[in-house]
Write a protein that binds this ligand. Structure first.
Ligand SMILES: Nc1ncnc2c1ncn2[C@@H]1O[C@H](COP(=O)(O)OP(=O)(O)OP(=O)(O)O)[C@@H](O)[C@H]1O
Ligand SMILES: [Mg+2]
Length: 298
């Protein structure tokens, strides 16, 4: 991506906070290009009942980077991803994606904004084949009309063909060709998680949000998944926001690591910086959260 890692001080690439807000229900305000930041969450707060899941959190993610979000259970990691992906609306704060700034990111426009995601819990169509699951990732990009789809002609058929071609390409890339006709629900868990990644990548998103893509995997499966995530960034220049509990994997894979604790961001820097950070060490090793553990179930 031509991004010089570590060469620019954080202040210089922090996303400008004075971007105009996206006007309602239109194409939004175009901003000067560059902004190496592809996503910036500004001053995000969100509560659920009495629980403050996020308090005044900023996150700036540079294009082409793998930016991890780590933190103890309940720290607010998924909430932050869900605000960036438009699933949650923050009580306060805004999210900027590729030069457009939103109070609530419009989920129906995510594909057009070049954003795709996976979920913390598997969200595959268990009864469909791997190929069909991956094809569904393209649906939101399709433009054929309802009628064209019904009669199965012309544009609809071309779109289906191109969706299948794109699905087969990403299936090959993620080394899933051997299982492409298998029913997804019958495959080992680690493979199913990879199918989910394939579905997210089939539309060639500029940004992909991965909520614990390695959770519940064996050590070997995690290493494989980490390699695929890295290959995705290296091959397609995809920006990746990754939530992961396995610190070893995170430190080996990420360009930057943001650390949440009790809904606040307590650190954000290179893996080396974050590992040395006293607040991070305290959050993980110091005062334990009641009844919580950072041990992976696997
Ligand atoms: N949709 C929701 N409804 C109610 N409470 C929620 C919701 N989403 C998150 N929360 C609460 O917000 C807090 C942060 O949750 P979140 O899922 O963001 O944490 P997390 O860091 O992803 O945790 P984990 O590592 O366990 O996945 C928790 O107290 C959680 O119960
Ligand atoms: Mg979570």
């Amino acid at each position: 991506m031509g991004v010089e890692r570590g060469a620019v001080a954080f202040e210089h690439w922090a996303y400008p906070h004075d971007l105009p807000l996206e006007a309602e229900a239109d194409e939004g305000v175009s901003l000067p290009v560059d902004h190496e930041a592809i996503v910036a969450a500004h001053a995000i707060s969100i509560s659920f009942g009495g629980v403050k899941a996020l308090s005044d959190v900023d996150l700036t993610v540079r294009a082409g980077q793998i930016h991890a979000i780590i933190g103890p259970n309940g720290a607010g990691k998924s909430s932050l991803l869900n605000v960036i992906g438009g699933l949650y609306q923050a009580d306060h704060g805004t999210v900027s994606i590729s030069g457009r700034r939103f109070r609530k990111v419009p989920t129906q426009r995510l594909a057009r904004l070049g954003v795709a995601r996976t979920f913390q819990n598997l969200a595959l169509f268990k009864g469909l084949s791997v190929l069909d699951n991956v094809v569904t990732g393209r649906v939101s990009a399709a433009r054929a009309t309802f009628v064209e789809n019904i009669i199965g002609l012309g544009r609809a058929r071309r779109e289906e063909e191109s969706a299948r071609a794109a699905a087969l390409e990403i299936i090959g890339f993620l080394d899933l060709a051997e299982v492409k006709d298998r029913v997804a629900g019958t495959l080992p868990y680690g493979i199913q998680k990879r199918v989910e990644l394939a579905r997210a990548l089939v539309s060639k998103p500029r940004l992909v949000l991965l909520d614990e893509p390695m959770a519940g995997m064996t050590a070997t499966e995690k290493q494989e998944m980490a390699q695929f995530v890295k290959a995705t960034r290296d091959s397609f220049g995809t920006t990746i926001i990754l939530i992961e509990h396995d610190i070893g994997v995170v430190m080996g894979l990420s360009d930057r690591v943001a650390v949440l604790d009790y809904g606040r961001k307590i650190a954000d820097g290179s893996p080396e910086e974050v590992q040395k950070d006293q607040a991070v060490i305290d959050a993980y090793l110091g005062v334990a959260h009641d009844g919580e553990s950072q041990q992976e179930a696997a």
